[in-house]
Design a protein around this ligand. Structure first.
Ligand code: ARG
Length: 468
């Protein structure tokens, strides 16, 4: 027996009332999101449970119905989590799959759950809850990597290595200082995720389709139950913006960019030409033809994976631009981008944490490389300023002449005889040799934020306190 609430045969059982026929197979294929939005199952059910409790508290549905709904939803969740759930493409998305299963479990009360709600506020809610969790996961992943870098910095606070500009040797720096440079970047990345989380933490639930509802709902109650700071103040905004996802993707793209730069350094540093670091076997791969090879594939992949994340960010910006208020189905394209970016970022962070924890810096090689290419020339110029009172520009010029002389003789600055140095500037004394060593050079750079080992040690203490 049918009654007037049932959709005609073949039409969608949730919204098919006005339809005489079901969708074409191609329509179903382009329309359905269940293949990917099933990842929102837990959030969808949490949201529905909060909604049902609120409807009952407000006297909009009976307490008995609300209890049946809340119990039934837990059953649905356990079926999904056990992999015991048959997702249906005909039911389009996670929202309708869950509701249809609830109906088959508890019957008529299930039909009351969607009172004062729409899939528009429902999907905005589910997705927000999902992205909010990913912000927390990103912070956790970033902090694990920061700890691994701080451990490297602590071990090598005074190990000297070349600092580069233009990938040309510039001035000696410490290994610890270089490691902590990434810690600073990652701390800002973590702060971006925390900050985005604060801004996204308002509840869209109760905005309904777009205009709110005539039912006496309590949006404060559902917001609180779901861990939000407050309900979103404008229903049109609540169902139609995805800026929280754009912020998540932007923060992810910046973080992945940092990881990509570190990856590039590890690739270069682990080469036979540099030998600055040795990567562990656990995070390297071999070649199928060249038996001697040990390749830094994880670093290369992280270097490349930023492309997917930045691509996802650009894709969602492009989806959102030009969309009129409020909801448009275009916005269903938000999820796969965010899912892929989040998965990629978490994997990249974990792989980088493993690589950094395992790698060993080659202290001898670093120190030798630090002294090459006249890396202490700036120290020499600074000495001329300090000891002889020369203007820096003049000191720079004299030092340039000394570098040219050393280069012509095929020696380091420290190997130039005093007589030769005095040939360039008569005021130079043998005190100058005290500033030409790389250890002296880094030890002297005690300005705040500078590379001196004592600074590195102080920063290590600060970061260890901060990271706990
Ligand atoms: N699957 C849809 C999405 O991800 C859910 C919202 C559908 N709303 C609608 N009015 N068709 O955006």
């Amino acid at each position: 027996m049918t009654n007037s609430n049932d959709a005609p045969k073949g039409a969608n059982q949730m919204w098919g009332g006005r339809f005489a026929a079901g969708p074409d197979a191609i329509m179903e294929a382009i329309n359905a999101s269940i293949s990917f939005d099933q990842r929102l199952a837990r959030q969808d059910i949490e949201g529905s449970r909060a909604h049902a409790a609120m409807l009952a508290q407000q006297g909009i549905i009976s307490i008995t119905d609300a209890e049946a709904i809340r119990e039934g939803l837990l059953t649905v969740l356990s079926e999904i989590e056990a992999g015991d759930f048959a997702f249906s493409t005909a039911l389009e998305d996670i929202h309708m799959n869950v509701e249809a299963r609830l109906t088959s479990l508890i019957g008529e009360p299930a039909g009351r759950l969607h009172t004062a709600r729409s899939r528009n506020d429902q999907v905005a809610l589910d997705f927000r809850l999902w992205v909010r969790e990913q912000c927390d996961a990103a912070v956790e992943g970033i902090e694990a990597l920061m700890k691994a870098l701080v451990a490297q910095a602590e071990a090598g606070a005074d190990w000297v290595m070349p600092g580069f500009t233009h990938l040309q040797v510039a001035q000696p720096v410490t290994w610890g200082h270089h490691m902590l440079a990434y810690v600073e970047m990652l701390a800002r990345d973590a702060a971006r995720f925390r900050d985005a989380r604060i801004r996204m933490n308002t509840s869209p639930l109760g905005a309904a389709a777009l205009a709110g509802t005539s039912f006496p709902i309590d949006r404060e109650m559902t917001a609180r139950a779901l861990g939000f700071d407050c309900p979103a103040a404008n229903s049109l905004d609540a169902v139609s913006d995805r800026d929280f996802a754009l912020e998540f993707l932007s923060a992810s793209a910046i973080c992945a960019t940092h990881l990509s730069r570190l990856s590039e350094e590890l690739v270069v540093w682990s080469s036979a030409q540099f030998r600055f670091v040795a990567m562990s076997d656990r995070f390297s791969t071999g070649s199928s033809i060249m038996p001697q090879k040990k390749n830094p594939d994880a670093a290369e992949l992280i270097r490349a994976k930023v492309a997917r994340i930045t691509g996802a960010m650009v894709a969602l910006f492009t989806v959102m631009k030009g969309l009129p208020l409020t909801y448009s189905k275009d916005m269903q394209e938000d999820k796969e981008q965010v899912f892929d970016a989040a998965d990629t970022l978490m994997l990249s962070l974990a792989a980088m944490t493993g690589m950094v924890s395992d790698m060993s810096a080659n202290r001898e090689v670093l120190s030798q490389a630090a002294g090459q290419a006249f890396s202490t020339a700036t120290d020499l110029a600074d000495w001329l300023v300090r000891a002889l009172g020369l203007p820096f520009r003049k000191a720079h010029h004299i030092t340039g002449a000394l570098v040219a002389l050393a280069e012509a003789q095929g020696v380091d600055l420290a190997d130039l005889s005093l007589a030769h140095m005095q040939g360039v500037h008569g005021g130079i004394t043998d005190d100058v040799y005290t500033v030409l060593g790389v250890d002296n050079s880094v030890a002297s750079r005690t300005s705040y934020g500078g590379t001196a080992p004592e600074n590195v040690r102080a920063q290590v203490v600060r970061w260890k306190e901060h990271l706990g």
